[in-house]
Design a protein around this ligand. Sequence first.
Ligand code: PFF
Length: 451
Amino acid sequence: MVHETWSNRAMFILAAVGSAVGLGNIWRFPYLAGENGGGAFVLVYLACVLGIGLPVLIAELIIGRRGRCSAVASARSVARESGASGGWAIVGWLGILAAVLILSYYSVIGGWLVAYVPITATGTFTGADAAAVSARFGAFLADPWVMTGAHAVFMAITVGLVAQGVRKGIEAAVRVLMPALFLLLVLLVVFAMVEGAFGEALAFLFVPDFSAITFGVVIEAIGQAFFSLSIGMGAMITYGAYLDRDTSIPASALTVAGADTLVAILAGLAIFPIVFAAGLDPSGGPGLLFQSLPFAFGQMPFGALVGTLFFLFSLFAALTSSIALLEIVVSWAEEHRGWPRAQATLIVGAISFVLGLATVLSFNRLSGFAPLGFLPGLEGKTIFDLLDLLTNNIMLPVGGILIALLAGWVMKQSVIAEEYGAGVLRGPWYLMLRYVAPVAIGLVLVFAFIA
Ligand code: PFF
């Protein structure tokens, strides 16, 4: 089945950036940096984006444009085209499983944004001190019903947008919202620069303590690079399938990775000056965004308005990512099961919603429940922690290795050359893809989990 293509090239870039920029940049990157030693993590992260993420991103787009189908069928068809086994479809299967699991908790955290729009708009944080801001977040986490409602709203919007199809849904959502979020982030960084502990934040984020770099930190950084760039699970294969022939794949990949990294760094620069000025714990975990920025909104002029817009724009950024997650699964269900689009989106959305309830409960009723706590290293890990670990630190890196092998070793070099185009740096890229990416990911996986 040949898909409709993007209405024009700029829309493809916007949609790919829209899928990359999301909770990963604004919520996950800052709290992982805070938990993993600041500068050490940021440095390793940047190296992973450049040395592993970018090569794999290019490979995914190539597989997608060559295969012109869902991730499963594209992986199968490019392998067969080069005389290899159709079993490479496993790349797609793994991606579909990862997408359903990630969407389940992505929607829950997206729901936090949904809830924080009205909470901020009603002036809750105006003049509030850091303790009050944290207490408000604690109260929000403690109530599974409100969180489930917000999760339902987020999932319903995602389903609605995907059900409408590629152009109308995705393109419209991205066109206005990406630039708006970017401008708002710049504004917040300026505020943090003037009012927050900016020097301390800069030192924390950019002066690496090399002794803090462990295999654990490196696997977190690899996982975050994959999550943030939306790779390792076939999302970019799926988007690449809609890409026209004369768009340069390496140039597109560079734009996506550049914009994605810029937004993550901006989020860090907005959040950490506030963390230090308010005396918050940088290693506070998933609540960091929701405990730091609302404090800043409480102190700045027009803070309720600025804060409301921030959560609203972040919500839009999260939605342009969640639609990509859902699209991976829906494009497969349409193609292989022959389900009508509306039905496919509803069913997949419903499954992910139900799975998401485990994440909702991980923050309240089941916060003390560690299902695999008897295993070394997994003590105290909630269901959400385990899902996060399984998807980001295991499934996406393994998917990345498979994609690198498929494009680097299985597909014919002539096909690769044709899809990569006349762009510069094909030689170095190919070396990174064939040797550096799979070996580096493989070694880190082994040392982080087995050694
Ligand atoms: N890249 C998104 C983020 O950083 O929030 C998450 C994501 C979206 C991952 C879509 C994978 C995907 F297919």
